[in-house]
Design a protein around this ligand. Structure first.
Ligand code: IMP
Length: 373
């Protein structure tokens, strides 16, 4: 059985967490392969909201094995906090696996990030400095818990002892899982426009968030990837600094922020809001080899008379097309036949612009509020 991948097509916060939680029902393994606790994935089940940062979004399904791959960076203090918040180590026994090769975020990395990351608007979690250490070959890895006594003075015995049983060679684990016919879902964090190579450099995160990272960050090969799902909101948001061509620094942006609850899950910062950037979406679908597109947060547009999509970015000012809204509540719908014609039209336009079929839409944060088209 090969693996499937879920990737963000924009600047993070596309709703990947919900999508992964929804899909997890059908998978045996859910694997994070990039980033760390800079991510914030919100999962809502029966009205109960849960946030995960370093843990994979499959954790709410007891049958799912959760893997933190070698491409991730780990803040041991924060990971322990998250494990405790979700029931403690006993809940994760035998179903959480952390790569021995994942790099350790140290307090020095966090200090450095808080001081040097200000002009980019980083999350301040030490992500950039940790990946810098990795590339400079001076980093510490999870496996160093085994034999580096200095680490005890950084993290303390308790933290180290709690995490040690979860550390393993996750590359071998995943290869064996695939060989034995397990279903594996690779969960991207952040999004293509935050990718260190393909994003809006230098206003990016310090890992690759695009398809290549799903391989290098897990140790799987390209022949083992079956399907790539791209996730996009029906509009765009950005936290932190950096270019944002379709940003609506006006009443429209304020409405999107308010109706969409657009506040950063990790930092609590208000998100900048704007219209969907069509050419960027198309480019990112191509870049990642997306097979199917999933559109989230269409319900946030329920009360908009007019919805815009940017169709050209080559002029000094972006060119938009306008679509008529549907002025009907669609939040929570699960039946395709109940969807307004104008909403389906918008979805079709998005698919055409992206040059990829839209196969699912999400109609609310709730796990099962999803419609397969
Ligand atoms: P860093 O990843 O903390 O270094 O932050 C670099 C940039 O990526 C900043 O603009 C952050 O706001 C942004 N960023 C990092 N993680 C996420 C995420 O999960 N969602 C959205 N933006 C993120």
């Amino acid at each position: 059985m090969p693996a499937d991948v879920v990737l963000g097509m924009s600047l993070g916060d596309e709703g990947k967490g919900k999508v992964v939680d929804y899909f997890s029902e059908c998978y045996d393994y859910v694997v994070r392969f990039n980033g760390g606790n800079n991510a914030g994935h919100t999962l809502t089940v029966n009205g109960r909201k849960t946030s995960v940062h370093a843990l994979p979004s499959g954790i709410l399904h007891p049958h799912v094995n959760n893997v933190i791959g070698n491409g991730c960076v780990v803040d041991p203090f924060q990971l322990v906090k998250e494990i405790e918040m979700h029931g403690g180590p006993s809940v994760f026994k035998g179903r959480l696996f952390i790569s021995h090769a994942a790099h350790l975020i140290t307090p020095t990395h966090i200090y450095e990030d808080k001081n040097s990351g200000k002009n980019i608007g980083t999350t301040g979690k030490g992500i950039g400095p940790t990946y810098s250490s990795k590339m400079a070959r001076t980093g510490l890895r999870m496996e160093d818990f085994e034999n580096d006594s200095v680490l005890e003075s950084i993290y303390g015995k308790e933290t180290i002892n709690l995490l040690k049983p979860f550390i393993t060679d996750t590359k071998n684990l995943l290869q064996l899982a695939i060989k034995s016919g397990a279903n594996v879902l690779l969960e991207g964090a952040q999004g293509s426009m935050l990718d260190i190579d393909h994003g809006t450099y230098p206003y990016v995160t310090s890992s690759n968030c695009t398809i290549g990272a799903a391989l290098t960050g897990t140790g799987l090969n390209h022949k083992q990837i079956r399907k790539v799902y791209g996730v996009t909101k029906a509009y765009t948001t950005r936290v932190g600094e950096g270019p944002f061509l379709t940003e609506q620094n006006n009443e429209i942006g304020n409405r999107l922020r308010e109706l969409g609850g657009e506040v950063g899950t990790t930092t609590g910062r208000p998100r900048r809001c704007g219209w969907l950037n069509g050419p960027e979406l198309r480019q990112n679908c191509l870049l990642n080899g997306v097979d199917e597109l999933i559109v989230t947060k269409l319900d946030i547009l329920d009360s908009f008379d007019k919805i815009q999509i940017c169709v050209s970015t080559s002029e000094p000012e972006p060119i938009y097309i306008s679509l008529i809204g549907w002025n009907t509540q669609t939040k929570g719908l699960r039946d395709k036949s109940k969807l307004p014609k104008n909403l389906l039209n918008l979805v079709e336009v998005i698919g055409k612009i992206a040059n990829i079929p839209v196969t699912f839409i999400s109609t609310s944060p709730e796990r099962n509020d999803v419609i397969k088209l």
